[in-house]
Each structure stands twice: as structure tokens, then as C-alpha cells.
Design a protein around this ligand. Structure first.
Ligand SMILES: *Cc1c(COP(=O)(O)O)cnc(C)c1O
Length: 445
């Protein structure tokens, strides 16, 4: 089995089993070097001079990670008031935020419109708000007449790794269909709103070809508006979730070349210098994290084998919600293993680093969590070397929609998060919930 974390020197000399001993199990472990690399991949996607990258904060909103992302020159895509508060705490300015809102109340629209205005505590810089229905446009007009706004369109292109993440195309809840453009223009006039930008988001985990199709479609639509300053093409770039099978990254260089051609061409014909934006979430943060957990029980049930772990869906929801696949590395105490067990990365020479960590036959096993639900699983029928109680598992590429979707179901504390800095130092960036934290909001006893 291909030990991915070792090949990538993910732990930078730290031993994952020791991390779990120090910070508790389960534990989210982030690698700063990989996070910065992914930010730079996208910043360098296009050579167009006014190219901007908005990081989708919903993907992972840990403040330490947000700070690094800001240092790398990204701005933010904000989907709620709470995310804006987090982004501000991490140092982002209102002018570095685009609120992309969907089905929110007048209060949240007012907050988003005013966060950068003179009345707010945050000087006169201005955040921008995008809405995606005629009814939200009308509400936004009432709370912020004369404002500079974005609109989210549905250009008819959609896709994604699961039906739950397809956000464009026929029948999804997002975006204004182009046939409503006459009514849009009427509402813009009625409230004296200035449409400075349009945006879309086709879906999550999509192929380059589909992304480019989406770009073409929204550029065609953009020609129907005269005074745009921004066009935002959304996120959704794929990450390789099957590294143990040798899957490599998407070809951003090829996508970038095609984007450049379209950007320069459109800007020339539009007669105005536009800013073109992309909005990745997953691509930025997925690969910089491994979620560590511990095998506590092993059993057979009929024809199936189960490994019970502390990785319930309150800790990591993607397999349960999206049937998502995540590769799993195994870390075993060498003293307990037959043969060599796992040695940590830096003890192994490059030639050692592949097949031979666990020898012997593989077996199919279901890796499940400790939650009282049958749908609580991390991997189904996964071929792995026979597991043992006490093995530490590493769920790879867990940084996107991992902690940000964690919850306290079964009154289980959400795990701690640690960051491995570029020089290999490990820093706690969020402590584990305490039971006191979890009871603190309840009143009226
Ligand atoms: C979730 C979301 C993104 C990020 O999607 P990824 O697939 O994580 O890149 C971008 N834009 C909008 C509007 C979103 O809702």
C-alpha cells in the first residue's frame, strides 16, 4: 500500500502517534507548506493582470489557516454573517469580501451591505453582496438602495461529485435563470442599484472542461450588461482523493492557458478593464490536512468485518453525506507490529517508502465511527492490511468540509486542530471542545 503521508513528508519529522498522544484522538493535523503551495497554484492560474482569487471561507474557517491564506494574497467568498466575523478576526478587510448569499433575511443583507460603510465600525471600505433571486434582489434594493451589487446567475452549466453539490443547471436552488434578465434590469432601475459584477458557481469537484464550459457560458451572459467591473466564475476545482492509486493533480496549467485566452479576448471586446475572479474552497485546503483517529474495536458481523474508531460523522461527515472516498494511511506502533510496522517518514529512505510497510494479504473492512447511526462510516469494503486495536488511522485530504462540518452529535467534543509549520514545529490552533463549552449555552434549568 502506498503510504501517501510519507511520500509527501506530511508530518515533517513528527510522529502521528505521538501527536495523538499529546493532543488527543481524533485530531485534525494541518501542514502549512502544503496550504501555501495550493494558494500559490491558484494565484498563478492566470497571467491576466486583474485576476483575483476569493477563498470560500465555508470550506474551513480556522483563523490560523485564514491568516495564512490572506498572507498568500487571496480574498474571500463569504456565505454568512458568521463567516464575515471570522474573516475579520483573521485580518481580512471588508473590501476583501464578496458575500454570496442565498435565501437570507433582510437583516443579514443589511449587515453585509453595511459592513464596509461609514456607519459601521470598519471604516469606509466596502464589501460587496451578491444575491441570486428576484425576491432577494428586491429585498436588497430596499435595505441598500443605490448600492453596488453582484448577481449570481445560473448559466445552465452544472456538475459535481454528488447530486448534493451540483449548484448550476436546470432545477438547482442557486442563481437567477437568464430568462429573468428583463425583470432584473427593471429592479436595478427601481432601486438605483449598480450591477458591478456577476458570478456563478457550477458545482464542487468538477473537471476542467466543465469549468471552462461554465466560463464561456457566463461570459456570453455578461455581454448583456454594460457596466460590469467583475466577473466571478466560482470554485469547484478537483483535488486528487485517490493518491494511493497514483491519482495526480488536475492540470491547472492547461486550464490557465485556456482561461487566459478567454479573459484577454473578452476584456478587449468588452471595452473595459474587468477583474476576473475564481472562488476555490476545496482546492486550497483539502490536501493540507490529515484527520487522525484510533481503532478501538474489531468485529465480524455476518460476512462483514468492522473496525470501530473514534472517527464518527460528528468529526468527519463527507463519507456519510456524500459517499466520499478518502484514502487511509495506517500508523502502527513498531513494537506491536509483526514485521516492521510503521516507522515515521524521516526514518525511512526513499527506496523504503512504498510497498513494504505492511506486508501480507489485504482484507476488506468497513471502518465505522462511534455514533449511534448505521450511516456512520468512514470507508466501506476498503482493502487494507488487517487492522489491530490501537492502530492510528490517517484520513487523508480532510481539510475541506472536514472540521467546518463537524458537530457535537452524541455530545461528543469536536477534536483539536494542530498546524505543522514550515519548519516542522507543531502548534495547537484550536483546542478540543470541553464538556463545559458544550453545556454553556443552555439556560433555564
Ligand atoms: C462552496 C462554494 C465554493 C467553493 O467550492 P469548492 O468546490 O470547495 O471549490 C465557491 N463558491 C460558492 C458560491 C460556493 O458556495
Amino acid at each position: 500500500m502506498n503510504n501517501v503521508t510519507q511520500n509527501f513528508n506530511f508530518y515533517h519529522g513528527n510522529d502521528p502517534r505521538e501527536l495523538v498522544q499529546t493532543f488527543g484522538s481524533p485530531l485534525y493535523v494541518y501542514n502549512e507548506r502544503i496550504l501555501r503551495e495550493r494558494c500559490r497554484d491558484i494565484i498563478n492560474l492566470s497571467t491576466y493582470p486583474k485576476f483575483a482569487v476569493n477563498y470560500a471561507v465555508k470550506t474551513n474557517s480556522n483563523l490560523s489557516l485564514l491568516k495564512i491564506i490572506r498572507e498568500e494574497g487571496l480574498r474571500t467568498d463569504i456565505s454568512s454573517e458568521g463567516e464575515a466575523v471570522a474573516a475579520l478576526a483573521a485580518g481580512f478587510l471588508p473590501e476583501e469580501m464578496l458575500f454570496i448569499l442565498n435565501g437570507v433575511g433582510a437583516e443579514e443583507l443589511a449587515f453585509a451591505s453595511k459592513i464596509g460603510s461609514a456607519e459601521s465600525q470598519y471604516d469606509t471600505l466596502s464589501a460587496t453582496v451578491s444575491v441570486d433571486s428576484l425576491s432577494q434582489l428586491e429585498t436588497l434594493g430596499r435595505v441598500n438602495p443605490g448600492g453596488r451589487i453582484f448577481l449570481r446567475f445560473n448559466s445552465g452549466i452544472g456538475g459535481g461529485h454528488h447530486e448534493k453539490v451540483v449548484t448550476g443547471g436546470d432545477g438547482t436552488k442557486f442563481g437567477i435563470m437568464p430568462e429573468y434578465i428583463p425583470q432584473v434590469k427593471e429592479l436595478l432601475r427601481k432601486y438605483d442599484l449598480k450591477l458591478i459584477g456577476i458570478n456563478q458557481h457550477v458545482g464542487s469537484y468538477i473537471e476542467g472542461e466543465l469549468y471552462l464550459e461554465g466560463v464561456e457560458a457566463i461570459l456570453r451572459l455578461a455581454r448583456q450588461f454594460e457596466n460590469l467591473e467583475y466577473i466571478d466564475f466560482g470554485g469547484g476545482f478537483m483535488v486528487p482523493y485517490h493518491k494511493q492509486n497514483g491519482e495526480g493533480p488536475i492540470d491547472l496549467r492547461a486550464i490557465g492557458k485556456r482561461l487566459d485566452a478567454m479573459f484577454f479576448d473578452f476584456a478587449k471586446n468588452y471595452g473595459k478593464e474587468l477583474t476576473f475572479m475564481v472562488e476555490p474552497g476545496r482546492y486550497i485546503v483539502a490536501e493540507c490536512a490529515v484527520l487522525l483517529g484510533t481503532v478501538h474495536s474489531l468485529k465480524n458481523c455476518g460476512t462483514k468485518k468492522y473496525a470501530g474508531t473514534d472517527l464518527g460523522f460528528s468529526v468527519f461527515k463527507r463519507p456519510t453525506v456524500y459517499d466520499a472516498h478518502h484514502d487511509i494511511d495506517i500508523y502502527r506502533d513498531p513494537a506491536r507490529g509483526e514485521g516492521r510496522g510503521h516507522l515515521h517518514a524521516d526514518e525511512l529512505s526513499a527506496s523504503d517508502s512504498k510497498q513494504d510497510i505492511f506486508c501480507g494479504p489485504m482484507e476488506k473492512i468497513n471502518i465505522v465511527g462511534n455514533q449511534c447511526e448505521t450511516g456512520d462510516f468512514i470507508a466501506r469494503d476498503r482493502e487494507l492490511p488487517p487492522l489491530r486495536e490501537g492502530d492510528v488511522l490517517g484520513i487523508l485530504d480532510a481539510g475541506a468540509y472536514g472540521y467546518s462540518m463537524a458537530c457535537q452529535y452524541n455530545h461528543r467534543a469536536r477534536p483539536a486542530e494542530v498546524l505543522i509549520s514550515q519548519d516542522g514545529e507543531v502548534r495547537l490552533i484550536r483546542r478540543r471542545d470541553t464538556y463545559e463549552d458544550m453545556l454553556a449555552n443552555m439556560q433555564g434549568l
